[in-house]
Design a binder for this molecule. Sequence first.
Ligand code: ADP
Length: 267
Amino acid sequence: SRVTTARTDNAAVVGGVKNIIAVASGKGGVGKSTVTSNLAIALAETGARVGLIDADIFGPSMPTMFGVEDERPRMIQGDHGKNYIVPVEKYGVKMMSIGFLTPPDGAVIWRGPMASSALKQFISDVDWGELDYLLIDLPPGTSDIHLTMVQALPVTGAVIVTTPQKVALADAMKGLQMFRQPQINVPVLGVVENMAYFTPAELPENKYFIFGEGGGKALADKYEVPLLGQIPIVQSIRESGDAGTPVVLQNDSPASGVFRELAQAVA
Ligand code: ADP
């Protein structure tokens, strides 16, 4: 798989975790968290052991998307007296969210060093056990905070989520370039084009390219990375995310098939 070609120079890949995959976007609101949550569950459904870190300090949405807003991770004591955080588990995915550390009114303002040290603890002090994939939902954009976070974590590959319109692609390009900077040097596994088109239920053969056609492919081609998937605009994707039951859990939904294919492309 592509993931196994990820860099080996960063030897710090944590104990039992095989692959750490960062999911990034240029802009907010392009569906990065939606893609990450559905991808995590789809990977878990294939039998892989999956963890998920919600590192979106500006808007952690995983607790909502997994329907665990009211849960808080427990602590346990390990063999040598060290305390470990037990990740919250739902739909076969072990999860830690920056949202679990923030009061409901969101009063904590995370600065770069604080966020990256919290994230380091999410790796070192969480009882992940053995994992095939640890997905990291990064905040949108390419600020210093991102550099610090990506450098703090031994990331093995990055997935870039974008929507097809020009203004989103321009920012996605910056996100992609960030991973290729020499001091970051994380292999980009590919591009996911979300909200690629809309299909009214009564006219399933008609695709409406509301945000333009071919943008994700053009970005992938420009940087010579695979286009990992094209996800349509589907009302149930939004509804299920809001309801804490990601669409991939609905076996009969065509939208769930799209995310299963994405999991195959990433694995
Ligand atoms: P980001 O993490 O990039 O900020 P989200 O995943 O939170 O974006 O998505 C933003 C909003 O768009 C959410 O309400 C989500 O349910 C919705 N959404 C994302 N992708 C789709 C899609 N393919 N079809 C319909 N709604 C979507």
